[in-house]
Each structure stands twice: as structure tokens, then as C-alpha cells.
Design a protein around this ligand. Structure first.
Ligand SMILES: *Cc1c(COP(=O)(O)O)cnc(C)c1O
Length: 370
């Protein structure tokens, strides 16, 4: 048997399903697409998709074709969408694995049409427009060319029109209304677009802009228990964090005042100090930026990181926590006793967002589904 790591990422299937049920009801009649890119934001794409599919979710989104094919091979029978385009040499996979591409250029349309013709099949596609994100997608004047190309190829079945909000995490941002208006102007200019599947909302749109739910919503971070604005409405009844991360104490040592800790001695003890050595480092997604800043929970209390976070190890100060011993459980992310550490809290410490913290921790440690 292969030994387990000291470190475990625990994925709560109950929390995931709770969030799905809540967000799906919030989305009303709109189709609910679960974003499972980035290995399910670090929570495990296969496991999350399987749980969500069993709970009734019929639409999944990933970034790349590679993820879509792997997801299909894992047994997902629901609709799968690729969001960021594809290498044309793999175009056949859209047909072999029944995957829906979101397209933003003529070359991809031609490539899909050629393959469809060769196989004597049709394929459903969605088009991506840019309504203010300034990322993937075409502007209004370029859309006409794509529509013309589609009308020349009866193999291409235009099924949907997509855009993406840049600032929907901010309830007060006027940009979201402008974006939605811009999106409306696209399909008001082109009659053939009105009957399509229209979608623009990410988690921010779902939570704060009901008028933007349209025909489908694409939900990522909220499914995993976090509000996109970084406010920890974690551990409330609405959204429950799905991931927690635990480790254990390897060694406890007492050092005198004036002793340097870890690489570069960036921390020098200012009194007799008790340190716990933990098998957690930047390799585990515990960012080196948490050096001298991060906190973990030991025996229900907060212990601060002292000195630099190493690749596989870090030291935390347990001077004020009684009775810490090797083998004690340590919570890096999640609840212990009456306290908890959220991905938002870790993100704030390192000037990042919960998304990145979850990807880093989740995708670098052994995951256990509970
Ligand atoms: C990632 C992504 C989403 C989901 O965004 P969240 O803020 O995590 O809800 C929606 N749409 C597209 C195109 C994405 O890339």
C-alpha cells in the first residue's frame, strides 16, 4: 500500500450539494452550468462532476478540450462546454465525445464545419462575444462575419451566445449593467440571436444580478462555497466552504530569545519560544508569501507562521498554546474548535483571491471526499 501524505485536503460532498441546491434555486428557470475547470477549482473535477450530475446538474464547463475529453471519459453524460477555444488538430474530439465548443473566430468555425462535413454530422456551437471584459470574444461588428460564416455551413447549428462579466463580484459596479445592456444590443441587432441560449452570469451575476440570469448561468466559485467579492459569507447557511486542509505537527521545539528561524533567519525570536514544525510548504500550495504572515489552527487556537515557508515545511509559534505535541492535528484551511480559517482570509494575507488559494491547495495535495 502506498503511504498517505501527512497532509489531507478534505472535500465535503454535503457542502457541494448544499451549495448547488441553493444556487440552482436562486437561478430560477435558468439552466445551471457548473464550472469545473482547474480540476474543479482544486476540488477534483471528476468527483465534483459526478456528485453534481447525481444531484441533477446537466451542464458542465471547462476551459480546454483536454479537460472536456477527460471529463467525458470519466463517465459524465451531461453536456460539456469548452470555454477558451481549441487546437484544430483535435477538432474530431468534439464529435467523438459530444462536446460543445464556445467559439470566437472564423478559423474554428471552418475547422468544425469541415470535420462535420467529413463525418456527415452536425454540431451545436455557442459564440462568445465581448461586452466589456476585454478578454476572449468578438465585438459587435465582427459578429456579423461569424454569423455569415455559420449561415454558409448548414452543419453548424448555432445554439447559444455567451459573454462574461468583468466586475459582477461588486454589487455596486455600474459595469455589470453596461455589460448586460451591451449583450442585449448584440441580440437585438441580429434577430436570429434572440431564440438562442443566452448566458453571461458567473457567480457574481447569479448572487447579485437576477436580471442577468437569462437562459443559463455559469457558476464557479460560489459552488465551492465562496462569494466572488472575497467577503467570507463562509460558514453561513447560504454557502458552505467545500474544502478544508489539515496536517499534523511533526516536531515541537523550544528555543531561547534571539534565535533565527528558517531560511534567511527572517524571524528572530524575542523571547523563549515554542515552535511546531509542520509538513506544509509552498509545494503544498501554502504560498511562500505567507512567510511570517500566515496562521493555522492548533488545539483550536491560532498559531502564527515564523520565518520563511520552505518547500515542504514551515514553523508556527505555539508558545501560548498549551500541550502541543507531535501528531496533533493542524488546520490550515477550515474549522477547528470554535475558530476557522477561510480561503478568503488566506487570500487577503497574500493579496490574492479565494480562487487561487483553493486551486493551489487543492491541486497540490491528496484529496479525500467525505
Ligand atoms: C470561470 C468562468 C466562470 C465562473 O466564474 P466564477 O466567478 O467562478 O463563478 C464563468 N464563465 C466563464 C467563461 C469562466 O471562465
Amino acid at each position: 500500500m502506498i503511504p498517505s501524505s501527512f497532509n489531507t485536503v478534505i472535500i465535503s460532498s454535503a457542502a457541494l450539494i448544499h451549495n448547488y441546491t441553493y444556487l440552482n434555486s436562486l437561478s430560477g428557470d435558468s439552466t445551471f452550468l457548473a464550472m469545473v475547470k482547474a480540476d474543479g477549482y482544486g476540488h477534483g473535477m471528476f468527483e465534483c462532476a459526478r456528485l453534481l450530475q447525481n444531484a441533477g446538474c446537466k451542464d458542465f464547463g471547462v476551459a480546454e478540450l483536454r479537460e472536456a475529453v477527460l471529463l467525458r471519459q470519466s463517465g459524465v453524460t451531461a453536456n460539456i462546454y469548452t470555454m477558451i477555444g481549441f487546437d484544430h488538430k483535435y477538432v474530431a474530439d468534439f464529435f467523438d465525445y459530444t462536446i460543445t465548443p464556445v467559439v470566437y473566430d472564423i478559423q474554428s468555425l471552418e475547422s468544425l464545419a469541415q470535420e462535420a462535413k467529413r463525418r456527415n454530422e452536425k454540431i451545436s456551437i455557442h459564440l462568445k462575444v465581448d461586452t466589456g471584459m476585454t478578454r476572449l470574444g468578438v465585438y459587435c461588428e465582427e459578429l456579423a462575419k461569424l454569423l455569415e460564416c455559420i449561415s454558409k455551413h448548414p452543419q453548424l447549428k448555432l445554439a447559444g451566445l455567451a459573454s462574461h462579466f468583468p466586475c459582477s463580484d461588486d454589487v455596486k459596479s455600474p459595469s455589470t449593467h453596461r455589460s448586460l445592456e451591451a449583450f442585449r444590443s448584440f441580440y437585438q441587432k441580429h434577430d436570429e440571436l434572440q431564440s438562442l441560449y443566452l448566458h453571461i452570469s458567473n457567480s457574481g451575476g447569479i448572487l447579485s444580478f437576477p436580471e442577468a440570469h437569462l437562459d443559463m448561468v455559469r457558476c464557479g466559485i460560489a459552488l465551492y462555497g465562496y462569494h466572488p467579492d472575497g467577503s467570507a459569507i463562509s460558514y453561513t447557511k447560504h454557502l458552505q466552504p467545500v474544502m478544508s486542509f489539515t496536517t499534523r505537527v511533526l516536531q515541537v521545539k523550544t528555543v531561547e530569545s534571539g534565535v533565527g528561524v528558517s531560511y534567511g533567519h527572517t524571524y528572530i525570536t524575542n523571547k523563549r519560544t515554542e515552535l511546531a514544525v509542520l509538513p506544509v510548504g509552498y509545494e503544498d500550495g501554502f504560498s511562500r508569501a505567507l512567510s511570517n504572515k500566515g496562521v493555522v489552527l492548533v488545539r483550536g487556537k491560532r498559531a502564527k507562521v515564523r520565518g520563511r515557508v520552505c518547500m515542504n515545511l514551515c514553523m508556527v509559534d505555539v508558545t501560548d498554546i498549551d500541550g502541543v505535541q507531535p501528531g496533533d492535528e493542524v488546520v490550515v484551511l477550515g474549522k477547528q474548535g470554535d475558530d476557522s480559517i477561510s480561503a478568503d482570509e488566506i487570500a487577503k494575507t497574500i493579496d490574492s483571491i479565494s480562487y487561487e488559494v483553493l486551486c493551489m491547495i487543492g491541486n497540490n495535495n491528496e484529496r479525500v471526499i467525505q
